[in-house]
Design a protein around this ligand. Structure first.
Ligand code: ACO
Length: 364
């Protein structure tokens, strides 16, 4: 029996949602290159594309904007659950607990696009509510007149964000909406394949997203940059980590064997946003040194920055605290997860791979 550890190179489903060309460094949503989408379409329009398979007309876009704005409010049950949780809990676990309150009743419920709208709309409110309350503040109520991204920053910081901040976060969130059969999306599809409900599929995905090898990497990037501290120390810190067998957070990818196009796009956005500054110079320097040292110490592995490296930098630039990095990634990826759950439900086969037993057989 051939074993594909980590399901490397195994194709487990057909999808129309996105395509990744790991050799060319390209990412396509529903036929459109992500570069085209970030330059020409809003977050909401790209969300419509992922869920519906086509870009929206003006009236369809307006309808989705309205539906997202109307679905932002927390329910009393969500607030009660969050108020009862221990304050030291991580935000990913908080999101999971809060959305559990929307689990449908006992009757089997096929996942719907309305649930996708509700989850996408409410996640930023959950994040802002928790983050503010753990800092002893009250988050602003959602503002229906604002766009999805504008409203997220407004609820988080209590004031209308600058256009440059909204642009930067919007680019980041469009670039990370969806990424094929990554670990969290796979988790969501596995749960959906048992004919379980949308909320159960999404809570599976959230648990998977949290790990440091997946959505938890950006905080590790900031730790790396803080440890390097100044360009002169970069090579020494990086060599020390790699010779100790550690992984560099924000580098390497299962599919991309060249530059991750999302990392390149975020780097460009960041250069526009910050201009020249010492912190960004440090990130660019660390990238260069790390890629050189990785090529020397891990020859033939094609290790470059992944989306998390510049994601961390962009979120730091718009003053999001590091505990918000993975939840903010989640607030974007919820769109891809829900699109996959809907796709799985349409043409379902339960996932059930096999394992090879390598234990003993006891004579009794
Ligand atoms: N630092 C150092 N070495 C690395 C790194 C890294 N970041 N990534 C891979 N390698 C090395 C491995 O040690 C291994 O070397 P070996 O063959 O000498 O043992 C080789 O490259 C292949 O590694 P695999 O683990 O087989 O690669 P895989 O495709 O399974 O891993 C992963 C992909 C998990 C992303 C990995 O590159 C990694 O751990 N990166 C750091 C964490 C990170 O940034 N995660 C975010 C990914 S993007 C996202 O999830 C949104």
């Amino acid at each position: 029996m051939m074993i594909a550890k980590g399901l490397k190179d195994v194709v487990a489903a057909e999808t129309r949602i996105s395509h990744i060309d790991g050799e060319q460094g390209k990412l396509i949503y529903r036929g459109y290159d992500i570069g085209y989408l970030t330059a020409n379409h809003s977050f909401e329009e790209t969300v419509f594309l992922l869920w519906n398979g086509k870009l929206p007309s003006a009236s369809e876009a307006m309808e989705l904007n309205k539906a997202l704005a109307k679905n932002r409010a927390l329910t009393p049950a969500m607030k009660a659950v969050m108020n009862a949780l221990p304050k030291q809990l991580d935000l990913m676990s908080v999101i999971r607990a809060a959305i559990l309150t929307e689990t449908p009743g006992k009757a089997r419920q096929t996942p719907t696009i309305d649930q996708a709208v509700r989850l996408t709309a409410v996640l930023p409110t959950i994040i802002a509510y928790w983050q503010n309350s753990t800092c002893g503040r009250t988050a602003k109520e959602p503002e229906e007149a604002f766009t999805h991204i504008e409203n997220y920053l407004y609820m988080m910081n209590g004031e209308r964000p600058a256009k440059a901040q909204v642009d930067a976060l919007e680019t980041y969130m469009i670039l990370t909406l969806e990424h094929g059969m990554n670990a969290s999306t796979f988790s969501a599809r596995v749960t959906a394949s048992t004919e379980s409900d949308m909320i159960s599929a999404i809570t599976s995905a959230i648990g998977t997203m949290k790990g440091p090898l997946h959505g938890g990497a950006p905080s590790g990037v900031i730790e790396l940059l803080n440890e390097v501290e100044m360009p002169e120390k970069a090579e020494q810190v990086i060599r020390k980590k790699l010779t100790a067998g550690e992984r560099l957070m924000g580098f390497g990818h299962r599919i991309y064997k060249t530059h991750d196009p999302r990392a390149d796009a975020l780097k460009q956005k960041l250069l526009q946003l910050r201009g020249k500054d010492s912190w960004l110079d440090l990130a660019v320097h660390v990238e260069k040194v790390a890629v050189d040292v990785l090529h020397e110490l891990k020859p033939g592995r094609s290790l470059y920055t992944n989306v998390e490296f510049y994601a961390a930098a962009i979120m730091k630039s718009i003053d999001l605290a590091s505990e918000l990095f993975t939840p903010t990634f989640t607030a974007a990826r919820i769109v891809g997860w829900t699109a996959h759950v809907l796709e799985q439900a349409k043409d379902n086969t339960i996932y059930r791979p096999q394992s090879q037993y390598i234990g003993d057989f006891k004579e009794v």
